[in-house]
Write a protein that binds this ligand. Structure first.
Ligand code: CO
Length: 141
């Protein structure tokens, strides 16, 4: 069901500072910058791998305000790993199968994610404390 690790989501206080760090330290390149009002974040996606079998990314997340999920995460835990995004071929089918296995879903239906992907989050309490995201990537252009 899971095809790869699509991205690791990392909560940061200062997006530009974090982008600079990942650029200088690891030589990563920003491939997309987006603001998701519904999730309350500004983000940058940096490509780690861009293989034909599927790209993978570091997703740097800066909260738009303290009263957002990532804002509350930063207040509680400080900067660090926020969630893991796994690639799936069919996010609706994966959500149905995972729900049938008894895992609570934050998103009952897929919604729009980064770079045109269709995404859904699973409840961290049912995934060993890990906020888990399913990512059906947009068809490659
Ligand atoms: Co994500």
């Amino acid at each position: 069901m899971l095809t790869r690790i699509d991205h690791v989501g990392i909560a940061v206080r200062d997006l530009e500072r974090a982008v600079g760090f990942y650029r200088r330290t690891f030589g990563l390149t920003v491939v997309a910058r987006e603001t998701h009002e519904d999730q309350g974040v500004r983000e940058a996606m940096l490509a780690v791998a861009d293989e034909p079998a599927g790209a993978s990314y570091v997703q740097l997340l800066e909260p738009l305000t303290p009263q957002t999920p990532v804002g509350r995460f930063l207040a509680r835990h400080g900067e660090g790993v926020h969630h893991i995004g796994y690639g799936v071929e069919d996010v609706e089918a994966a959500l149905a199968a995972i729900g049938a296995a008894g895992v609570r879903r934050i998103d009952e239906r897929p919604r729009h994610g980064s770079m045109g992907a269709s995404i859904a989050f699973l409840h961290p309490k049912d995934v060993g404390g890990v906020l888990t995201e399913l990512v059906q990537a947009a068809p490659r252009r």
